[in-house]
Write a protein that binds this ligand. Structure first.
Ligand code: AP5
Length: 213
C-alpha cells in the first residue's frame, strides 16, 4: 500500500499520516522530517536545505529526491508507506514515476488559507521524536512535554506567520498543479479538513475503506 497525502502547509498531512499508520501499518515518510533531521545533524545536504526551509521555499529537487530514495530503501518501507510532503511539484512526481513506484491512492486534504496560519502558529512539535501537537486542537497530556517520549515541545522556526504566508504562496504555485497530474491518473481523492483531527480522520478512513486499500 502506497499513499500520497497532498495538501497545503497545516492541512493535517502529518497528523493524518500518523493516524493511517496506526490503522494500516503503513509507515509515514515525511520529507519535511527527513530534511529537518539532516539540518539538525549538520550534514552537507542539511546545511544547503536550511537556507530554503528558513525562508519557506522548496529545497532543491535533487537533494530531496536523493533523501527520499535513501529512506525508501530502508526495511520498514517494504510493506507500504504514506508519503507526507512528497512530491511537492511536477518534477518530483515524475521522479517518483521514474523510480518505478506505483502509488495506490493520492488523498488531497483541503484547508482554507485563513485556517492555516492559526493552525501553524498553535502547532508544537517534539524536539526529540517529531510528534505533532496543537495548543487547542491536540494538546499534549503532559503539557509542554511530549506524551510519547517526554521530549520538549517547541515551535518550528518556519511556523512564524510571515514564513507560513510564503509557504502558502509556494504551495499554490508549485504543489497545486499536482492535483491535475494525479486526477489524470484517476488516483486523486479530495476531502475537506474538518475543524477537529478526529472528524478529519473519519473522512480519511472513509476514503481508504472505499478504496479498499
Ligand atoms: P513539511 O514539514 O512537509 O511542512 P508542510 O508541508 O508545510 O506541512 P506541515 O508539516 O506544516 O503541515 P501538515 O499538513 O503536516 O499539518 P500537521 O499535521 O502538522 O515541510 C517543511 C519544509 O521542508 C518546506 O517548506 C520545504 O522547505 C521543505 N520540504 C519538505 N518536503 C519537501 C519536498 N518534497 N521538496 C522540497 N522541499 C521540501 O497539522 C498542523 C497543525 O494543525 C498541528 O498543530 C495539528 O495538531 C493541527 N491540526 C491538524 N489537523 C487538524 C484539524 N483537523 N483541526 C484542527 N487542528 C488540526
Amino acid at each position: 500500500m502506497r499513499i500520497i497525502l497532498l495538501g497545503a502547509p497545516g492541512a493535517g498531512k502529518g497528523t493524518q499520516a500518523q493516524f493511517i499508520s496506526e490503522k494500516t501499518g503503513a509507515i509515514p515518510v515525511s520529507t519535511g522530517k527527513i530534511i529537518r533531521s539532516a539540518v539538525k545533524n549538520g550534514t552537507p545536504a542539511g546545511t544547503i536545505a536550511k537556507r530554503y526551509i528558513d525562508v519557506g521555499r522548496l529545497v532543491p529537487d535533487e537533494i530531496v529526491i536523493e533523501m527520499l530514495k535513501e529512506r525508501l530503501k530502508e526495511d520498514d518501507c517494504k510493506d507500504g508507506y504514506i508519503l507526507d510532503g512528497f512530491p511537492r511539484n511536477i518534477s518530483q512526481a515524475l521522479a517518483l514515476d521514474k523510480m518505478g513506484i506505483d502509488i495506490d491512492i493520492v488523498i488531497d486534504i483541503l484547508v482554507f488559507d485563513s485556517d492555516v496560519v492559526e493552525r501553524l502558529c498553535g502547532r508544537r512539535v517534539c524536539d526529540n521524536c517529531g510528534a505533532t501537537y496543537h495548543v487547542d486542537a491536540k494538546p499534549s497530556a503532559k503539557g509542554e512535554l511530549c506524551e510519547l517520549c517526554g521530549g520538549i515541545l517547541i515551535t518550528r522556526e518556519d511556523d512564524k506567520p510571515e514564513i507560513v504566508l510564503e509557504r502558502l504562496r509556494v504551495y499554490h504555485a508549485e504543489t497545486e498543479p499536482l492535483l491535475r497530474h494525479y486526477n489524470a491518473q484517476i488516483k486523486l481523492r479530495t476531502m475537506r479538513s474538518f475543524p477537529t483531527v478526529e472528524d478529519t480522520a473519519k473522512g480519511v478512513l472513509a476514503i481508504l475503506g472505499e478504496s479498499a486499500v
